[in-house]
Design a protein around this ligand. Structure first.
Ligand code: HEM
Length: 483
């Protein structure tokens, strides 16, 4: 199997290394720490569904609080740290300039981890804000906003300076918009429903916030990273820059209108509910640009799926992405909502898009970068395969179980059957969730052991190992398609 090479070209620009590799490494490690915590919290909460909760009577570890730390840790801790690692790797390479300041990078790193740790402890202490996805206590919010602003300030100057001199590669379009949308979205969700707009208007804003956090931050960051890593890993330009830009403007136009689709059949006016349904169909078309670009670029490189694990992570993530979109086209209709609303169908969908797509891409990026960051080849390829298969299959079967269970629950509810029936019929599906959760957790433990062993193994002779694609100019020219 050909695998990631293990040395990088990191030239010095204005007396600073182009890429702050220590920051990339730190963000990867932080991402994995929050990931393990998030998985354990998910597993513990899943036990509650079987009356096996281990912390009965401990208020700070009560199931509701632990559930909130599960979602907060995986989204803000795992995914966002993973994206930040990617940003530190990609932006300097595409702009050929280092970030604004190394110290600002460390400020952001420390600020983000501290906000999260205090936020998670605050949730456990009972200080959660009563807004879904904004549960981090209100006293931590200002720090999150300052850190997010500092993150943007660290990367945007290099992007703007490059933009003044000519066209920007689509990755940088997505990142630029993602920075601006993150600040706006976070402020909107954390302050508007609670302090300014009560009632169903506030609920509409909450729906907007939940969806925009995924669509206007995770999505542009994920798509931007995909548009950089896939061409550089395949060593060929992305098929169509024009198609990727159609995707960009489509995302900007349609995504913000989606939020109310979380509240179909609610007290929010029907015209807003119908417009959310139409906008959701619009997003379906926009996501097609990503599928087309990915699969056409991959055409003729089928062997990469066998030979390159990072590409395989992206590929499986893309298949899961298509699955979520097919699912979404169905679940956004009012007739489907009658069945699946308030069931595990939605939970299955949420796991597939958050972890099955963006989580898998982040793991692909880690698999690509780690050997190059520590300057050594992977300690064990077999362990990498185990990590891949346990995670991908765990995710797949967890999704199937939750979606199937959701349908059963939906029909049980529609038939106005007793709650006991709902619970007893759901139990087998919830059991599969625990089993597949364990598979996913085991996969990550194997990965982390592999990372530690890799970092500690003796350094090989590096002379011949610098991959052309790892050097600055070829990397950006492959990604941009320009010499
Ligand atoms: C060990 C693996 C995992 C297990 C056992 C697990 C379990 C759970 C459970 C029990 C819930 C609550 C469902 C409910 O309230 O009915 C939940 C919610 C959620 N989890 Fe996980 N989870 C796991 C991994 C992940 C990962 C890796 C991610 C994302 C990166 C994720 C994202 C979410 C999201 C977004 C929700 C909210 C779903 C919703 O409200 O519709 N989970 N998870």
């Amino acid at each position: 199997m050909t695998m990631t090479s293990y040395a990088i070209s990191n030239p010095t620009v204005n007396g600073r290394p182009l890429v702050e590799t220590a920051l990339v490494k730190a963000h990867i490690i932080a991402a994995l720490c929050f990931f393990i915590y998030g998985l354990l919290a998910g597993l513990v909460f899943a036990l509650q569904f079987h009356n096996l909760y281990p912390f009965v009577g401990v208020e700070e570890l009560s199931p509701g609080r632990v559930r909130m730390t599960h979602t907060t840790a995986v989204a803000y801790g795992f995914l966002v740290n993973g994206f930040m690692a990617g940003l530190h790797w990609v932006v300097p390479r595409l702009t050929r300039r280092p970030t604004l300041s190394k110290n600002l990078g460390w400020f952001v790193f420390m600020g983000w981890q501290l906000s999260l740790v205090v936020g998670l402890l605050g949730i456990l202490a009972g200080h959660a804000q009563a807004i879904e996805w904004a549960e981090i206590p209100t006293y931590v919010d200002p720090f999150v906003v300052v850190t997010a602003a500092a993150l943007a300030a660290n990367f945007l100057p290099a992007i703007w300076r490059l933009g003044k001199g000519g066209p920007l590669y689509v990755t940088l379009w997505y990142f630029t918009a993602g920075f601006i949308w993150l600040a706006l979205t976070y402020i909107m969700g954390n302050y508007f429903p609670q302090w300014l707009i009560p009632g169903s208007g506030g609920a509409a804003i909450t729906g907007l916030f939940i969806h925009d956090l995924v669509g206007l931050f995770l999505t542009p960051m994920g798509w931007g990273l995909m548009y950089y890593f896939v061409p550089t890993m395949l060593n060929r330009p992305m098929w169509s820059h024009a198609v990727s830009l159609i995707g960009f403007w489509g995302l900007a136009f349609f995504y913000p209108l989606n939020g109310v689709h979380h509240y179909l059949y609610s007290t929010i006016p029907m015209f807003a509910q119908y417009s959310a349904v139409i906008a959701t169909v619009g997003v379906e078309l926009v996501v097609m640009t990503v599928f087309i670009n990915f699969f056409v670029t991959l055409r003729g490189s089928g062997s990469a799926l066998r030979d390159s694990l990072p590409i395989r992570w992206f590929f499986v993530g893309m298949i899961f992405y298509m699955t979520t979109c097919v699912q979404c086209a169905y679940q956004v209709t009012l007739s489907a909502q009658e069945i699946i609303h308030f069931t595990d169908w939605v939970v299955g969908h949420a796991h597939l898009v958050m972890f099955g797509v963006f989580g898998l891409w982040v793991l692909g990026i880690f698999t690509e970068l780690w050997p190059r960051l520590v300057g050594r080849p992977w300690w064990s390829h077999r362990a990498l395969e185990w990590h891949f298969w346990l995670t991908a299959l765990g995710m797949f079967f967890m999704f199937v179980a939750l979606v199937a269970g959701g349908l059963v629950q939906g029909f049980v509810q529609k038939g106005l059957n007793p709650w006991e029936d709902y619970v007893s019929m759901s139990r087998p599906f919830w059991g599969v969730r625990i089993f597949t959760g364990l598979m996913i957790l085991m996969g990550q433990v194997i990965f982390i052991i592999n990372m530690v062993k890799t970092a500690r193994s003796p350094k090989p002779v590096e002379a011949a190992a610098v991959r052309a694609e790892g050097a600055v100019a070829p990397a950006s020219s492959v990604a941009t398609g320009v010499a």
